[in-house]
Design a protein around this ligand. Structure first.
Ligand code: AMP
Length: 282
């Protein structure tokens, strides 16, 4: 496994693959790798000839300095996992390599980012759009792999690729969960055992809401119950719980078998902000 630290090193590594007609799969991450990341990498390995992973905690997508500073890091362990799973190269740039200067470009994703994460984390998707554009330009992969765990991010990136004509296929991989349902996330490392137990509320409520919807329950009644349940748990603060169109993120208020629906949630558990979602009918 090659460890690449500069844009030029990545470019020449990838050029060599392209000259040899080897397709490139790319998995961007912020490190503190877990099985969710490994599923993306496995999918990439199954679908492309050579896989490149990036590890970069992108400062421009954090709207909260504490979240950025506290973001878990485990580079030694990450490299061991990547070596074992067998990726061709890992790109670990310093901040200066990606941001020689603070970008002045602003990407506005319009309606796609006016709700959910976009509404609660101002500037977040601008940062995501900028870093993903930079990474796609450096690696020039045939396919790039993203997790459904970050559903709105997937919608934003698909739109970015379409609007800017990036020559890449976006492949979406289902959310990987612990046995008890908690969606794997690097931020779970910041939860103590009591908090981790409380964090199960997110998946429990998503599953409840999905099954109620299927049984003909009215969304407003479901939402009322969900908010009540969250309010009963100390140190857990619900930010949003919404039924949305899974592709354009528009708000929905009833079950409709003809459009792809997902339920999305964000909540603080102690000081850790977690997000999750569940596909309803797709
Ligand atoms: P991150 O390191 O959190 O920026 O995530 C890197 C990629 O892994 C993103 O495409 C995420 O959506 C994806 N990912 C994170 N958690 C999971 C999970 N539990 N299951 C599947 N993919 C995930």
């Amino acid at each position: 496994m090659k460890i690449l630290r500069t844009k030029n090193a990545v470019k020449s590594f990838c050029l060599n693959l392209q000259l040899n007609k080897i397709t490139i799969g790319f998995v961007p991450t912020m490190g503190a790798l877990h099985q969710g990341h490994l599923d993306l990498i496995k999918k990439a390995k199954d679908n492309t000839g050579s896989v490149i992973v990036s590890i970069f905690v992108n400062p421009t997508q954090f709207n909260n300095i504490e979240d950025f500073e506290q973001y878990p890091k485990s580079l030694h362990n990450d490299l061991e996992l990547l070596e074992n799973i067998g990726v061709a190269a890992v790109f670990i740039p310093e901040n200066q390599e990606i941001y020689p200067d603070k970008p002045i470009l602003k990407i506005d994703f319009g309606l796609l980012e006016q709700r959910l994460e976009g509404a609660f984390r101002p500037g977040h998707f601008n940062g995501v759009g900028i870093v993903v554009s930079k990474l796609l330009n450096i690696v020039k992969p045939d396919k790039a792999f993203f997790g459904e765990k970050d559903l709105q991010q997937v919608a934003v990136i698909k739109r970015l690729v379409m609007d800017l004509s990036f020559d890449v296929e976006i492949v979406v991989v289902p959310t990987v969960r612990d046995k008890d349902g908690l969606a794997l996330s690097s931020r779970n490392l910041r939860l103590n055992p009591v908090e981790r137990n409380k964090a199960l509320t997110l998946f429990r409520m998503l599953s409840y809401a999905k099954s109620e919807l299927f049984n003909g329950g009215a969304w407003l009644d479901i939402l009322f119950h969900v908010k009540h349940e969250f309010s009963q748990i100390s140190d857990v603060r619900l930010e949003y719980f919404e039924l949305v169109h899974a592709e354009d993120m528009s708000k929905q208020d009833s079950f409709n078998k003809d459009i792809p629906l997902s339920i999305c949630v964000a909540a603080y558990v102690g000081k850790v902000r977690l997000i999750d979602n569940i596909p309803v009918n797709h």
